[in-house]
Structure formats: C-alpha cells, structure tokens
Design a protein around this ligand. Sequence first.
Ligand SMILES: Nc1ncnc2c1ncn2[C@@H]1O[C@H](COP(=O)(O)OP(=O)(O)OP(=O)(O)O)[C@@H](O)[C@H]1O
Length: 593
Amino acid sequence: MFTNGSKKAIWLATKRIAVKSRLYSDRAAANRDTKSIVQISRSNIYRFGDPNFAVPVFRDVEWTVDEGESWAVIGTGSKQKTALLQTLLGHLRITPSPPLPGGLFPFLSDPPRDPHTCVARVSFAHRSRAAGGAFYDYTSRYGAVREEDRITLRESMFGEYDFLNIQPKGGKVKTPIEIAQDEVKKGIFEDLTSRLGLSPLLDLPLIALSNGQTRRARIVKAILSEPELLVLDEPLTGLDVNTRPILLNVLQSLHESRSPRIIMGLRMQDPVPDWISHVALVTGETILTGIKDEILSNHAHHRAKEAEHSMASTTQSYLQPGLDHGKPVVDMQNVNVSYGPRKVLRNINWTIREGQRWHLQGANGSGKTTLLSLLTGDHPQSYTQRSGSNMELFSRPRQRIPTPLLRSLIGVVSPELANAYPRRAGVSVFDVVGTGFDGGFVPGGKDGVGKGLEGTLSDEVRQWRVKRVREVLNGLGPTSWETETSSFAAGDELLALNEVFSKRDFLDLSAGEQSIVLLMRALVSHPQLVLLDEVWSGMDENMVRAARRYLCEGGVGSDQAVVVISHWEEEVPWTVQDGLRRFKLDDGEGQEL
Ligand SMILES: Nc1ncnc2c1ncn2[C@@H]1O[C@H](COP(=O)(O)OP(=O)(O)OP(=O)(O)O)[C@@H](O)[C@H]1O
C-alpha cells in the first residue's frame, strides 16, 4: 500500500524517467530490464596497491544484482561492509575484473555511461572533515553564524540546480527538455523535503541543522544529482524512530521506479526493511549473497550459538539503590536556548546526580545536542541564561567554572567531536587517549598524558595518568573485541595486542576503532560526568558488545553520572530495570518519563 506521498513520488519519478528516456535510445530502455545492475563473478577484492598474493579484503566473491531486486549489504563489522560498498565506487580492485563490455555495472554498458557520474554513495559511517589533520571548530554552529557558514539548506541545494531562475543568466537559453527536467527536479525536491520534514528548515544556515536533519538533507541532495544507482551506507543511523519508516518508504518508492535504484548498507542490528528482497551478508572476508530470508535465517542460527556463548560471560549490572540522594552533578532550573525568535530549549528543569544513568531521548532537532553543549560549555548561552534561570555544574554556578576546567571534568563522545577530532600522522592511540585528561585535542606533556590545567604535573599524577591509559586500553582494546585472536591468545600475549594497538596511528584506524578510542579518551580521567552521544557510531557488533560490557561492569563507577543519547533504546547499556532513568525532549520542552 502506498501513501499519497509515495504515490506522488512514484508519479514524479516516473515523469522524470519519461523526460530522461528521451536522452537514450529505445535499445537502452530495453536493456534496463535485461542487464544486471552489479556483476562480480568468482573474484577476489584487494586494496589498490596490494599485490595478488596479499590477503584479499574479500575472497571468492559471487554477486549479481538483477533489475527488480532490492538489495541490502549487511555487515557483522562496519569496516568490511563499508569496504564492499566502496568496491561499487571503484575504490577497491576486483581480480579478475568483471569482463567487458558489461564490466561491474552491465546496465551502464549500452549505451556506455560513466559509473563515476551514474553511481553515487552517501555514507554516514565515514568521517572526513578532520581528515587533513586540522581541527575544525564544531562549536561554531552554536554562536553567531560566520559569513562562510551562512549558506542555507536551500542554497546548498539550489547552488547546483537553478530551479528558481528557470532561464539562467548569461544568455544561454534552456531547451524545452531542460526546462521540463528542471521542473520535475523541483517537484521531486519539494516532495522529498516536505516528506522528510526539511521544509521548515530550508532557510536555516546549513551548519545549524541537527545531525539527523543533516543526514536527511544529504540523502535528498544525492537523489537530486540523479544517479542511476545510489549506495546509502547506514541511512538509518542517527534518525529518530518516526523518521525511519518515512525515509524507508521514500527509498522504496524511488527504488521501485528505478530513479534511482538503491543499495543500502545496514548494520547487523538494524531492522531489515520488508521490501528488501536480497542480502549480501559480509562476515570477515566472506560475502554470502542470496534471498534475504535464506541468508538471514542461516545467520540467525549461527548467532544464537554465539549469543549463548557471550551471555555466559556477561554479568548484568544493577545500579545501587539510593541514587536519588547522590550529590547533584548537574542542576538545571528553567534553562532556555533560543536563536532569535526560534526557541530550541524551553524552561528545562533537570537534575543529574552522581551514580545515575540517564537516557536522553527526543526526535531529530529536539535539542539534545544543544542541551549537552550547555553542559560542556561549548554553547555561548551556557553563560548567558536570563534571570529566573539557573544552571549549576558540580555544585557550582556554571559561570564560576572556567571552560578548560569544565572540559577536564566531563568525558564526552559525540558525532560532532568525532568528526572534528584531528587526524594527524604520527599521533598514536595512546596520545589520543591521553588528551582526555585535559579535554584537549593536541597531545602533550611528558609521556603523552597532558600537562594539567596548571601546566605541570607531579610525578605521582603523571604515573597515575599513564596507568589509567593502560587500564582503559586493556579494558576496551582489541583483546576485548577481537574475538578470534583472544580465543587463542592468553596472558601476556593478550596484553601485547593492546600494546601494539596503543602505538598505532589514530589516523590509520577504521571508523569503528577510532570510535572506541574516543570512548577510551572520554573515560580515561574517570570524570564525574560522562556524556555518550551516539557512542556506537561506526563500531562493529563485537566492539559494541565489548564496550557495553565494559561500561556495565565497572568501566564507570558509582561516583560517576552517565548520560546516553541514542535513538535506539536497545543501544543503551542499562535498562529501566537496572535503574536507568529517561529524560525526553519534545519540541524544546523536557520531562522525565
Ligand atoms: N543557529 C541556529 N539558528 C536556528 N536554529 C538552530 C541554530 N542552531 C541549531 N538550531 C536548531 O536547533 C534545533 C536543535 O538541534 P540539536 O542539534 O540540538 O538537535 P538534536 O536533538 O541533537 O538532533 P539530532 O537527533 O538530529 O542529533 C534544530 O532544529 C536546529 O535546526
């Protein structure tokens, strides 16, 4: 059953195909139905530069995607799943390469079209903004918007698609086909932005959008660039519960009208949409492909055995009673945040006490990140609450705590921080974890454990810091999540794995490994307040399991308060039965559930 919205999308997409099809011959139209979309046959897949005798990333891959099928690539690990999707973008080498003339994408071969322009990928697993090694200031979205950040969501879309000004400047007159194409694109743009809840945000600076809003905007932009095949890596991550089915509905209608065809990358724990007919399941270097139900039921059997094994070693954490009487770590009374007339947080009253575990909930754009930025001091309105409002942190008025001190008292993991954290050559895992003591981004001090707020550390403190880095590395390092290695290694051998990991360049780690290192950084100083915003982002299933276990089994203590932000209730390490409390933001207002 289609909703009116999806019928409209299909109508628009069909009309778009009609316009497009004039550009191709009848033969090409016929080919769309007969030629495979993706074709890899008995090949190994390597990183570019690796010789054929190197260990391949994937071995003996057999994968055919036919027209009319709907595929999801599901990974037990994020890294491998992303590698398969990158293969479609030509970032890995297939040996032997799929034979010409069809090549990897037979449907693009007649008439020949360039995969670089016809295949697009939107990834939310990859973090690129700090890839050059420089820190970019993610807090700029909270203050006065700088000139270079002033570009609005609408401009970011219209920059390339001149819908408003149908006849472009400069004398060139559009042909009737170009005008018709633009009108169809404009229709698609309006339909998609409205269905994905972006219409009221079109004139906001792009930088002001929340995480989930930005993700939706990136998907719309990719669709507007009219690829033939759109690869979406983890499109559901970071989306709130209500938006997920809407997005899936939109993707289904686009895929069914082949405008564009969609291949979706999902995490093992994501629900697989009903309309997905086929699955490529990536486990290590093996890819199992076939009909969804067959592949998933085989795997479920295997996982049930694994779960039995891991359950045996998991102890449940029950929080101590009496946590409502602990010292307040955060005390907010009538706290507000607004941007001009736009009120993002309204009269928030929330007390967080030591020992408590909170799940901060709310739809995309409801103000969760903004609320956390008040606590970390990243938001300028953290200082400027009007009279009648009050915010105390660690039992002191917020204004009396210098921001550098605040950074050293709060351990934070967030998508913004992960994006912004500099990736520089020569900066090791140990160095990155060591920056957590002072809450900075540049490693420093003797032994790489910072200099403290006074600029020097006593030998005793320095030694404690080094010991703490080793402790979290041993608690969350590879021996806790690399299950295959840990089952064979023992004792010193295990510790050696963590030692080797601690010396690796942070820059060279996979997205999941970087995430777990940033979690270590947040926990290393044993801060009184720990803020975990989308903490599992990019982590493999076994890393998530290991990190949850670590958090529940003493990784954070009863003298520490923890706030978890996640759109997935099952991702929070504690449950209501354990004593977890829930605070929900709804249209700027907050209350405990
Ligand atoms: N400079 C600004 N001007 C106007 N609105 C802004 C500005 N900065 C942020 N906003 C708005 O504040 C709201 C809250 O954003 P925030 O990032 O806190 O949401 P969130 O709850 O963390 O969302 P998500 O779940 O998507 O991460 C958003 O609707 C955003 O568009």
